[in-house]
Design a protein around this ligand. Structure first.
Ligand code: XMP
Length: 326
């Protein structure tokens, strides 16, 4: 595949049949390109890297080495799902690295949002690099680049504060999705048999829960973000909002307020719920979540999440608020 412009003749992949034709073509291309060599992939569990992994497993099986780095800022159940799907179901060559402590130690006391992003991005590259150095005979590096990344449109890309691998890494790049738009990647992922909740999942920022645990990250507040996010996702799924609302999550700010729990005065954190809809993430509107559901989620969060005594709903569109709080 040469050049970086989507061929004009390329049909939009909108059906399982078109996806299967694309998969067959790519599998043949990948086999021809890779031969009997090894390919490395940083598998985050996001849509793009998951689809690249599934495609490469189909094409070259165990010659693909997937590295899943847990930076400690993933959502509840995420690393487990990556392991279950790729190792359990697809029998992939998967290396799982729990680097949570390393990231959280580096982030200790760092409150400035862009500094936090930079540390997370750089540390990610270091962990991946260390792992890559331990492996032998890798000649290719697979990436989940998609067409919008090439066009460099969209605000998500502008956030990527991540450097590259050191210059002595001389991998040939493998980017099988580089001419696809997100909706096409999802159709291909579906056709490859990936779980629906992986293929249709909401966007999740690279720095993960790190930008939702406001200010300097502490382990207990991070746990409150993770647990409240899990409750919100569970309730949205139960109530038909999963796949309907573009992005929804919780935030835990770094201040406390007074409350009463079991007749005793408490001094705890609030949890803020954000649920928004958008086309391109440049502007966003707030989802009109039914009040009874908000009440129910509030009850669950305040009784199940440690250190939380209030729940707030963010009614701010973008502009003036950004989607994330940092
Ligand atoms: P904002 O907060 O700028 O977010 O309105 C727009 C979209 O970008 C996502 N986002 C990020 N994605 N790395 C990412 O990969 C980041 O550092 C980052 N910050 C924000 C955000 O979740 C939303 O979908």
């Amino acid at each position: 595949m040469s050049g970086n412009v989507r061929p004009e003749t390329m049909e939009r992949i909108t059906t399982p049949e078109l996806a299967n034709a694309f998969i067959d073509e790519k599998v043949a291309e990948l086999r021809a390109q890779i031969g009997n060599k090894k390919v490395l992939l940083a598998l985050s569990g996001g849509v793009d890297s998951s689809v690249v992994a599934a495609l490469l497993i189909k094409a070259v099986g165990k010659q693909l080495v997937c590295v899943h780095v847990n930076h400690g800022l993933l959502r509840k159940g995420e690393p487990e799902q990556v392991i279950e799907v790729f190792k359990g179901q697809m029998d992939a060559n998967l290396i799982y690295i729990d680097a949570s402590d390393r990231f959280l130690d580096k982030l200790e006391g760092i409150a400035e949002p862009e500094k936090k992003r930079k540390i997370i991005g750089e540390e990610f590259i270091r962990v991946f690099e260390e792992e890559a150095r331990k492996l032998e005979g890798i000649e290719f590096l697979a990436q989940g680049t998609i067409y919008p990344d090439i066009l460099e449109s969209g605000p998500v890309k502008a956030h990527h504060n991540v450097g590259g691998l050191p210059e002595d890494f001389k991998f040939e790049l493998v980017e099988p999705l580089k001419f696809l738009f997100k909706d096409e990647v999802r159709v291909v992922g579906d056709a490859l048999g990936l779980p629906k909740n992986m293929v249709y999942r909401q966007p999740f920022p690279g720095p993960g829960l790190g930008v939702r645990c406001i200010g300097a990250i502490t382990r207990d507040r991070l746990e409150a973000v993770r647990e409240s996010d899990a409750i919100l996702r569970e309730e949205f799924a139960k109530n038909g909002l999963e796949g309907k609302v573009w992005q929804y999550f919780t935030i835990v700010p770094d201040f406390k307020s007074t409350g009463v729990i079991d007749g005793k005065r408490s001094y705890d954190w609030p949890v803020i719920i954000r649920a928004v809809n958008t086309k391109d993430a440049m502007t966003a509107t707030v989802e009109n979540v039914p009040f009874v559901l908000l009440e129910h989620i509030t009850k669950r969060i305040t009784s199940e999440v440690k250190g939380v005594n209030r729940v707030l709903y963010d009614l701010t569109p973008k502009p003036t608020g950004t989607i994330e709080w940092e």
